[in-house]
Design a protein around this ligand. Sequence first.
Ligand SMILES: NC(=O)c1ccc[n+]([C@@H]2O[C@H](COP(=O)([O-])OP(=O)(O)OC[C@H]3O[C@@H](n4cnc5c(N)ncnc54)[C@H](OP(=O)(O)O)[C@@H]3O)[C@@H](O)[C@H]2O)c1
Length: 294
Amino acid sequence: MPVTKVLVTTPRGVVGRHVAEALRDRSDVRFLVRSAASAAALEGAVRGEVLRGDATNAEDVRRAVEGVDRLFLAHPFAADQIDAETTLGVAAVEAGVRRIVKLGARRFDGGLVPDAVTGNHDLVTDRLRDAGVEELTVLQPDRFLQNFLPAAPAIAQGTLADPAGPGARGYVDVRDIAEVAVAELLADRPMGGEIEISGPAALTLTELAASFGAVLDTPVRHVDVPLDDAWRTGMAERGVSPQIIDGLHDLYANYRREGVAGLGDGVRCVLGRPPRSVDDFAGEVLRPAVLAAD
Ligand SMILES: NC(=O)c1ccc[n+]([C@@H]2O[C@H](COP(=O)([O-])OP(=O)(O)OC[C@H]3O[C@@H](n4cnc5c(N)ncnc54)[C@H](OP(=O)(O)O)[C@@H]3O)[C@@H](O)[C@H]2O)c1
């Protein structure tokens, strides 16, 4: 069945910008942006329609989902995440969207504490199923390598500061997540269901720092950041709300408790190739960010 129209949310987001890039030459795609800056960045850069609106606003959402057949649904971990994803997702199903590819997150192995990040995804996923969506893919990626880009200057100075603890996990390049998302959106027969997505190897933060250092040609070491009052104060000073700080605290506490995480094989299953390596990320994405920050 031909794709009539694809709606892409967060097309300027960390993952969504790569989804938008992959779909830039298609005329049958609508990109939902909230800010004027994101609209300006996309207009002229994509063939499809750029629509301004807020995912929590029922009227904006009604315009966004009109005529749409497939939806890439993503949202930041924020106070309005459940509202935004359920408002948009349920309206989309009611308007006739058959397929939703939702950006979620990997769950933790073992009986760890409930955390709001994975909890939000489970709740939204349940509501999409209850709404009766025909085809649902929930992408469940591991931690993004791109999380470290804002710290590029500190990494170049030799320090990778992070609170996720000593365990090893399959840090993933978001370009792979976006490629899986686009494949699931456009396939005649998507894989569907929950797709766990990791990088090719489970690495500790110490190993990750060493890999960054080898590519940047400078020693980089991991420095643990305890989840203490100083961490909370630092987050609050950066404008993060108490509710989100609590959620991130529980998420990082689970990372610290989980130890070594298993690897998801979503990239190989959907794309038929291995995931990008940390060296690929460090050479192609981190190094340019370091040079740009100089
Ligand atoms: N970071 C990780 O390691 C990790 C790992 C696994 C899963 N995840 C999951 O990934 C998701 C976040 O993805 P991401 O990092 O790609 O997102 P992101 O970059 O934080 O998304 C930012 C975009 O969201 C848009 N936005 C925010 N509020 C909006 C609203 N009310 N209406 C319309 N647009 C709105 C903004 O649009 P404007 O620019 O127009 O304002 C902005 O461009 C989360 O659900 C998280 O749980 C993250």
